[in-house]
Design a protein around this ligand. Structure first.
Ligand SMILES: Cc1cc2nc3c(=O)[nH]c(=O)nc-3n(C[C@H](O)[C@H](O)[C@H](O)COP(=O)(O)OP(=O)(O)OC[C@H]3O[C@@H](n4cnc5c(N)ncnc54)[C@H](O)[C@@H]3O)c2cc1C
Length: 419
């Protein structure tokens, strides 16, 4: 019987354990938190968005996209969902986004722990894995159990490194997986937070804090003499440090990459994307005509959230209390520009503790995409966020963690993925 040690009881580790144990291997999972799946429990705001029916190259960033194509050719998102459903996880779809039917991330962890216990997978929780060595035949995994001084070991024929990235480091993330992979000859591309909030500079930050709005956000990055623009639509949320919301999170990795390369980044926010600048100007002119003694602020009320409108007026040097009917065409144009091209310099991203995923990771060309086996070290498999792949919001990171976990679990147990 193949002995497999899985380092990390997160998304990819648990599904790898299920695939390997079902294929007949003897599996031990080592997890340094007191319970497995702590990060999984926090996903999708506690609802666990674990996949998406839409898939194209833009859904993932990072290293070689050919690697991803191969991973999903070997274990497609449909096969991942089929695998979960076959083992009894009830799923539901909402606008292409997949969740457990319960919409409780907790129930996904319960699902895994019950199935793994039934398949006699050993769970060593509260165990910090500190070292992995290979003597030419077997692996020795050393770990430190909480509250015990002496280090203990597990011997295995194969090891699956499923320790995740650095994002959410309050949930158990740590650098061990990268260090262990390096000991076996792997290289790691620069790591930085992605799907993360942006720190911005604006003198009206306090007034804006708490404002929420649908918007189209354009991020301009400059680095190495190149300028790139990326655009996303969705909710933005102003905070005391800067800006958050889905549109900003989706763009954040490009800002992170620019800062990593000593570049700069800035945002331009269109709060009224449904109107062209000309349409907006015409609308504002009509409002001015019918303003009947209203102040500018009163005349424009309800177009935008109150505090946002107030800041836009201040930025355009328009006194909110002034008579709307007396506002010049130039000032109206300035207001339109502020509403449709609200500029914010980006000072940085929030750190790994706030991020949902790690950009960068173990070089994809060093791992086989059909099995997740290291090209340098037979019997060593690498899964999930440790690899140089970061998905966008929408279940893409768990989808990748699950696909790579299934492939590694089966391959380590000596089986192949069946369609
Ligand atoms: C707040 C938040 C919300 C998210 N929401 C979503 C979402 O809705 N959809 C989505 O697709 N993705 C989401 N993600 C991203 C997703 O959770 C991760 O990309 C995914 O869990 C990665 O799986 P993994 O198996 O690689 O790592 P993890 O799930 O992080 O598992 C790694 C495990 O290894 C353990 N470990 C680390 N080092 C050691 C060590 N030395 N010894 C023993 N154990 C160790 C960790 O404690 C952890 O349990 C979210 C992330 C965060 C932080």
């Amino acid at each position: 019987m193949k002995r497999i040690a899985i380092i990390g009881g997160g998304a990819s580790g648990m599904i790898a354990a299920l695939a390997a144990a079902e294929a007949g291997a003897s599996v031990v999972v080592l997890e340094h938190n007191d319970k497995p799946g702590k990060k999984l429990a926090a996903t999708g705001n506690g609802r666990c968005n674990l996949g998406n029916s839409y898939l194209d190259a833009d859904c993932y960033r990072g290293g070689d996209s050919a690697f991803l194509t191969e991973v999903f050719r070997n274990c497609s998102p449909e096969q991942v969902r089929g695998f979960l459903s076959k083992h009894g996880l009830s799923l539901k779809e909402k606008n292409g986004y997949f969740y457990p039917r319960s919409e409780q991330a907790r129930s996904v962890i319960d699902f895994f722990t019950a199935r793994l216990t039934a398949l006699k997978v050993s769970f060593l929780t509260g165990c910090e894995v500190t070292d992995i060595t290979f003597d030419g035949k077997c692996y020795t995994v050393s770990y430190q159990q909480k509250d015990r001084k002496a280090s203990e070991t597990v011997v295995a024929d194969s090891v699956i490194l499923a320790t995740g990235g650095l994002a959410g480091n309050n949930l158990g993330a740590g650098p061990f997986g990268y260090e262990a992979a390096k000991c076996f000859g792997h290289s790691v591309t620069p790591l930085f937070p992605a799907l993360v909030q942006l720190v911005t500079e604006d003198k009206h930050k306090k007034t804006l804090s708490g404002v929420r709005s649908e918007a189209t956000v354009t991020l301009t990055c400059k680095s190495g003499g190149r300028e790139t623009k990326k655009c996303e639509s969705g909710e933005v949320l102003f905070t005391d440090y800067g800006i958050s919301g889905i549109a900003v999170m989706q763009l954040s990795r490009y800002a992170g990459e620019a800062f990593l390369n000593s570049g700069s980044a800035s945002l331009s926010i269109d709060f009224l994307p449904e109107l062209s600048e000309a349409e907006l100007l015409a609308d504002m002119k009509e409002r001015r005509v019918s303003s009947n003694g209203l102040t500018v602020e009163q005349g424009l009320t309800s177009m935008l959230q109150r505090n946002l409108l107030y800041v836009i007026l201040l930025r355009s040097a328009v006194d909110p209390e002034s008579h709307f009917s007396k506002l010049s065409d130039d000032k109206l144009k300035m207001l339109c520009t502020e509403m449709k091209q609200f500029k914010l310099p980006v000072m940085g991203t929030k750190d790994f503790a706030s991020a949902q995923v790690t950009a960068g990771g173990i070089n994809l060309c060093e791992v086989c995409p059909d099995s997740m086996e290291s090209r340098f070290q037979k019997g060593l498999y690498i899964t999930g966020e440790l690899l140089d792949v970061d998905g966008t919001c929408g279940g893409y990171n768990l989808q990748f963690a699950f696909a790579t976990g299934i492939l590694a679990g089966l391959a380590a147990a000596g089986r192949e993925m069946r369609s």
